[in-house]
Write a protein that binds this ligand. Structure first.
Ligand code: FES
Length: 309
């Protein structure tokens, strides 16, 4: 049986090329379209399972394309692939039923992860076993629904439900936000507003361990920048990204409320104060020594040389 067929729609050829390279290496059947108009011409012929689309494109933009797909009778999963969508555009896209986002520029692991989930949801949606109109893995959906029922009609239920949902799914993609919105009877824009406001909620998949560095004023003054840049160097990720092996994610947050300990780093639920680059690497090494191995020794040697001079 042929694998899922994916259409990448973007007016930047480089985005199409890199997505094609990554997805083809994993056996996906991928094609590109340079804009909404070309995409519609291809989609009219049928046979696609997923569409990854940019939002801002000349002539026929992403939202117009999404509306066209929704009006057609085809079951196609839609993922937005974009740099900085505005809150209004996200709200419109959420209401039109997108599955997820891929941020631009993307790493191969983020793209593959989102694709695998999008394929799973789209296949689930096509499957006869799934109840009509659903687009969510059944086991996770059942657990999430149980939590929603538990909190339903209680005041202030949104944040605890989002917290539990993040524990169950690992992050809060649009499909989860919509399910919560329906279940608690709260507008999807309000759910999205809360998810984007609090730094502990994420719309992107995270690694096994989430490293948060505080970029607040006290931590900045005490040197968190040097600590952050060392972590980025050693783990080879930027803020907002996850390592290729999905072990660590790195997040920058504003004041963690522990300014007395500045500069502060938090891994999962544990807070570490008075960070230096060397100390940060040693601590990360406790979670996975292979991620920082040589770098810790180099930092220690640099320290000694510094002291001798
Ligand atoms: S500024 Fe970093 S904890 Fe407050």
């Amino acid at each position: 049986m042929a694998g899922p067929r994916i259409l990448i729609v973007d007016d930047e050829p480089v985005v199409i090329k890199s997505a094609e390279r990554v997805l083809r290496s994993e056996g996906y059947d991928v094609e590109g379209a340079a804009g909404g108009r070309e995409a519609i011409l291809k989609l009219e012929k049928g046979g696609y399972d997923l569409v990854f689309t940019d939002l801002k494109m000349p002539e026929v933009d992403g939202l117009t394309l999404i509306k066209w797909i929704r009006k057609s009778s085809q079951v196609i999963g839609i993922v937005i692939i974009t740099g900085y969508p505005s809150q209004d555009t996200i709200k419109d896209a959420l209401e039109l039923g997108i599955i997820d986002y891929v941020p631009k520029p993307f790493t191969p692991s983020v793209l593959l992860d989102v694709t695998a989930r999008a394929v799973e949801w789209t296949e689930g949606r096509k499957s006869k076993e799934e109840s009509a109109g659903e687009e969510f893995p059944p086991a996770m959906a059942a657990e999430l629904d149980r939590v929603i029922q538990q909190y339903k009609n209680r005041p202030g239920s949104l944040i605890p439900v989002l917290q539990r949902a993040q524990e169950i799914v690992g992050y809060l993609p649009p499909v989860v936000q919509r399910r919560i919105s329906r279940g608690l009877n709260i507008p999807v824009a309000e759910v999205h507003g809360v998810v984007s406001f609090y730094s502990f909620f994420t719309m992107k998949p995270r690694g096994d361990h989430n490293i948060r560095v505080c970029l607040g004023t006290a931590c900045y003054v005490k040197g968190i920048e040097a600590v952050t840049s060392k972590i980025k160097d050693v783990l080879k990720i930027d803020i907002g990204e996850t390592t290729e092996d999905r072990k660590f994610s790195l997040e920058g947050v504003r004041c963690l409320g522990a300014c007395g300990l500045a500069p502060v780093m938090v891994i999962d639920q544990e807070t570490f104060g008075a960070m230096s680059a060397k100390k940060a690497l040693e601590i990360i090494g406790r979670y996975d020594q292979s991620a920082v191995g040589a770098a810790v020794t180099e930092e220690a040697e640099a320290d000694l040389t510094g002291k001798e001079n």
